[in-house]
Write a protein that binds this ligand. Structure first.
Ligand code: N01
Length: 546
């Protein structure tokens, strides 16, 4: 373990804390990283967490209807058999309080909380080239220093509140779904306006519509959605899962998206129309993200994709009674799953309610927020509450906002001005000893997150272990290997239809001014894992170690 003397930073001794590794964020990734470094490598580790509780994305996203889109039995850790056998989920898609309860259960079981500093927001991080040391400053004036800095800040944690003229003048209340008040919001008797129809908007609209006097949904881009078919988990389900966990995790790691099911090997174009319809119908009835796996080429071939898109477009017509509204809700500008596909509990049905109105922002863009509501180019909508379900400055936002300065003072914000440049999504040149869990350039958001997180945390832990064993103090991604990796990330994306959705947050398109770069690695989790393993086994090819 590093001694205080060897790592102490020359700032106010009263408020400085020296350790072996600093982790930023106490969600799924921060908790597991703490456990690995502290309990397996025996390091002195501190986790700095902005919130006053643990849970990461599940700490902040408490909007009505917030649930997980992966199924509960695999939206959890796989590294600990006791946790696996002791924990029981109550629903197929657990609601946010249950996921927080799970993470607290894990943190208590592994005694993690003693090394987590809550209410500790990082305001900057700087690398000292001479000492090979990161120093992190917090909003409450504390300094932490360590040779290793690991970001565990999530990919979707920087709320994107659109800069709409007049918002300050609004007399009602407004909220962003990703920063939801912990005490909840009382919608009873209120006229609510919701902007945004991504996964979040699609989850929250049905619940708000039930509680509010009236809901107006302002839609910029119509979206596909598959029914979640949520329901209780039975005792038989729990037993079956517990008995089969080894196989479940094997399948999850062997696949493209970290889900424990296989993608069909058949092309959507290789079967008759009737057979294809039957396969889609079964997948629709089963519900959830598995719909994507119905055929091998839904995300590879435009014609194959069209079969899935058309099937889902037709479903909207069968659910929504008013044909004009059904057409407004029908996506025409992108293919199914080229943007992250939402799953829902009664989303399209919501538009059959008398107290719900759909506004098409393509036909009547928002002009401004007024004191009393939202004004579009066509009319004024009187509102008491505005809900921004407008997503996030994804992947890069949470990292750039940490105000990180690397070697020779270079700022991450400048290094990534034209888009993120990482080697394996794990490191960026000029930022030695900084590891980014599920960083841009890794499979991250294209996966069931806990599985992607575990793969990264295991790799980082092994890397630090190897460095210590070899007496190495510094690791830095080479520029050359990074450029090649960035090219490979683009190539992997271009082998799919994913870059075709021009409004996708995968491309940064949802944030005005953000460079249009496809950010996650679309080559699949299994392939990515084997590349990372190979790099490690080769003695960390592509990194400079000293
Ligand atoms: O955000 P989004 P999200 N004016 O960016 C619209 C994960 N997630 O929070 O498409 C008007 O997808 C925007 O319109 P457009 C999941 O990975 C997971 O819904 O850009 N509208 C879009 O309709 C998901 O993909 C879970 O044209 C504006 C919406 O707001 C990711 O989080 C649950 C606008 C934003 O959709 C993000 O989902 C929920 C503007 N100025 C989310 N700006 C679980 O697994 C944006 N929009 C539980």
């Amino acid at each position: 373990m590093a001694s205080k003397e060897s790592t102490a930073f020359a700032v106010n001794e009263q408020s400085s804390h020296a350790c072996d590794a600093i982790i930023i964020g106490a969600g799924f990734s921060g908790l597991y990283q703490l456990h690995k470094l502290r309990d397996e490598l025996g390091l002195d580790v501190v986790v700095l967490e902005k919130g006053d509780g643990i849970g990461g994305t599940w700490f902040w996203n408490r909007y009505p209807g917030a649930r997980c889109d992966s199924e509960s039995y695999y939206y959890c850790y796989s590294f600990n058999k006791e946790i696996e056998q002791e924990w029981s989920w109550s629903e197929r898609y657990p609601e946010h309080p249950e996921i927080r309860k799970y993470l607290n259960f894990v943190a208590d079981k592994l005694d993690l909380k003693r090394d987590i500093r809550l209410n500790t927001e990082v305001t900057s991080a700087a690398f000292d080239d001479d000492a090979n040391l990161w120093t992190v400053q917090t909003k409450n004036g504390q300094f932490f220093s360590a040779p290793f800095l690991i970001t565990a800040v999530g990919c979707l944690s920087t709320a994107n509140v659109p800069d709409i003229k007049g918002l300050d003048s609004f007399k009602g209340q407004w909220y962003h779904t990703g920063l939801w008040p912990h005490e909840g919001v009382d919608f009873s008797g209120k006229r609510v306006g919701q902007i945004g129809t991504g996964s979040t908007g699609i989850q929250t609209a049905p619940v708000i519509a039930e509680q509010a006097k009236h809901l107006t949904v302002f839609q910029r881009t119509a979206n596909y959605s598959i029914p979640a078919r949520n329901g209780p988990v039975t005792a038989d389900d729990i037993k079956h899962t517990r008995d089969n966990y080894d196989e479940i995790w094997r399948l999850a790691r062997a696949g493209t998206n970290g889900h424990p099911f296989t993608i069909s090997t058949r092309s959507a174009l290789s079967v008759s129309d009737a057979e294809r319809e039957e396969i889609y119908e079964k997948a629709w009835e089963r519900g959830g993200l598995r719909f994507r796996a119905s055929f091998s080429d839904v995300l590879q071939n435009v014609e194959a994709n069209l079969t899935a898109s058309d099937f889902l477009r037709d479903k909207i017509k069968t659910v929504v009674r008013n044909p004009v509204v059904a057409e407004m809700l029908t996506p025409r500008d992108h293919g199914f799953a080229t943007k992250r596909p939402p799953i829902d509990s009664g989303y399209f049905e919501t538009f059959n309610r008398d107290n719900v109105l759909l506004v098409d922002l393509k036909a009547e863009p928002i002009v401004e927020v007024t004191a009393n509501g939202i004004r579009t180019t066509k009319q004024d909508y009187a509102l008491d509450i505005i809900v921004f379900a407008t997503g996030f400055d994804a992947l890069t936002g949470p990292l750039v906002n940490l105000n990180i300065s690397g070697s020779q003072g270079i700022k991450l914000k400048d290094a990534w001005a034209a888009g993120p440049r990482t080697y394996l999504g794990l490191q960026s040149p000029k930022f030695p000893n900084l590891f980014t869990i599920t960083g841009p350039g890794s499979p991250s958001v294209l996966c069931n997150m806990p599985i992607a997180i575990e793969q990264h945390v295991d790799w980082i832990t092994n890397c630090i272990r190897d460095m210590r064993a070899n007496g190495q103090k510094r690791i830095e991604a080479n520029t050359d290997s990074t450029e090649k990796w960035v090219a490979h990330v683009n190539e992997a994306a271009d082998a799919t239809l994913l870059p075709m959705a021009s409004s996708s947050w995968y491309l940064g398109a949802n944030v005005p001014g953000k460079p249009r770069v496809f950010m996650p690695y679309a080559g699949g989790l299994a392939r990515y894992t084997s590349i990372c393993d190979d790099v490690a086994q080769s003695g960390y090819r592509g990194f400079a170690l000293s």
